[in-house]
Write a protein that binds this ligand. Structure first.
Ligand code: AMP
Ligand code: TRP
Length: 341
């Protein structure tokens, strides 16, 4: 009975375009992460059923402070909703560790993933080189990511370019399981948004804008006080050329400001460049445009915090997600040959 139900649910999954993506609570939601990822999630949600979650288990591979993971998790989840990822528009928002099946399925799929495949992952090679203590979790993390996707029969996974390799591994794992144990998983595709909005650090425009624990002077945290945002943009590195052109090679700082302004106003940065002859006005307009994006999100964030609505919203999200994940896990267990009673 359960198996028939599980099979039916997975068959139905094949007919619906489901989207899913996750974000790690390893630091603040930077303007870069918002413009490069979260904003696209908001825009995409009307095109089908969507799942967006805070990947808190993933953060355990690198974040060591217990309080930090919890605080960043609830902050990020609230920001996703404040930014417009909306359960009323078909998006399920949840916290990964609230849906037990993620951890449970991971072991089963680790057993169809080879040590060599995991060791060869670029991100593992990079990150293991940076750390004194290289955990087993850092090695097997791509399997957890595969599970995040495969539990829900996802077809489209919006991710940054750096995650393509993990998506390829997800397909390999799904294909291997399907060919060994029968049709069980839907094969997902990576959807990489246009790279136009690769936002750079305001102090060092040769580096991507990213933050590990807190946002420094070159990084805008979506929750920074508005005055700090204006200051950070005013102090952004430019150059001594003296004119404004969209040329990432010769004028990386100026081009980054044009990218930010363009991304916030939905205009072409190259065309925007023609309107300016000095850096002061460009910075002032860039700050205004960023504040127009940030302010309503901060207002909504505070409202959500005040109302205490997030706990029940996330509980509903986890309940919905775990209903689907449970069917997927039972089907996988049955096909793999575990005795399911
Ligand atoms: P992260 O967790 O910081 O790796 O970011 C999650 C996703 O946000 C990435 O896969 C990118 O798609 C996007 N992202 C992060 N930082 C930036 C940035 N500076 N510019 C554009 N997109 C970004
Ligand atoms: N690994 C992703 C990152 O570092 C986050 C993530 C976890 C994810 N699970 C996922 C993204 C599933 C897409 C689908 O950005």
């Amino acid at each position: 009975m359960v198996q028939a139900e599980a099979r039916r649910s997975v068959d139905m999954v094949g007919l619906m375009a489901r989207t899913l993506s996750g974000i790690k609570p390893t630091g603040p939601l930077t303007l870069g992460r918002y413009l490069g990822a979260v904003r696209h999630w908001v825009d995409e949600q009307s095109s089908g059923e969507a799942f967006y979650f805070v990947a808190d288990l993933h953060a355990l591979t690198t974040v060591q402070e217990p309080g930090e993971v919890a605080a960043r998790t609830v902050e990020l989840a609230t920001l996703l909703v404040a930014a417009g990822v909306d359960p009323q528009r078909g998006s399920t928002v949840f916290v990964q560790s609230h849906v037990r099946q993620h951890a449970e399925m991971t072991f089963m799929l680790e057993c169809v993933t080879s040590f060599g495949e995991l060791r060869r992952m670029t991100q593992f090679k990079d990150k293991s080189g940076e750390q004194d203590f290289v955990s087993g979790g850092l090695l097997t993390y791509p399997v957890l990511m595969a599970v995040d996707i495969l539990l829900y029969g996802i077809e489209r996974v919006p991710v940054g370019d750096d995650q393509r390799q993990h998506l390829e591994l997800t397909r390999t794992i799904a294909q291997r399981f399907n060919s060994r144990y029968g049709d069980t998983f839907v094969l997902p595709e990576a959807v990489v948004p246009p790279v136009a909005a690769r936002i750079k650090d305001l102090q060092d425009p040769t580096r991507k804008m990213s933050a590990s624990s807190t946002a420094g002077p070159g990084v805008i945290d979506m929750l920074d006080p508005v005055d700090d945002i204006v200051k950070k943009i005013r102090r952004a590195t430019t150059d001594t050329v003296g004119s404004v052109a969209y040329d990432a090679e010769k004028q990386p700082g100026v081009s980054n400001l044009l990218d930010i302004l363009g991304a916030c106003t939905d205009e072409d940065p190259e065309k925007l460049a023609e309107r300016y002859d000095g850096y002061g006005q460009l910075k002032a307009d860039c700050a205004d445009a960023v504040l127009d994006v940030v302010r309503p999100i901060q207002d909504r964030y505070r409202e959500l915090e005040r109302s205490g609505a997030m706990s029940s919203l996330l509980a509903d999200g986890a309940k919905h997600a775990s209903g689907i994940a449970e069917l997927a896990i039972r089907r996988a267990q049955a096909n793999r040959g575990l005795w399911t009673g």
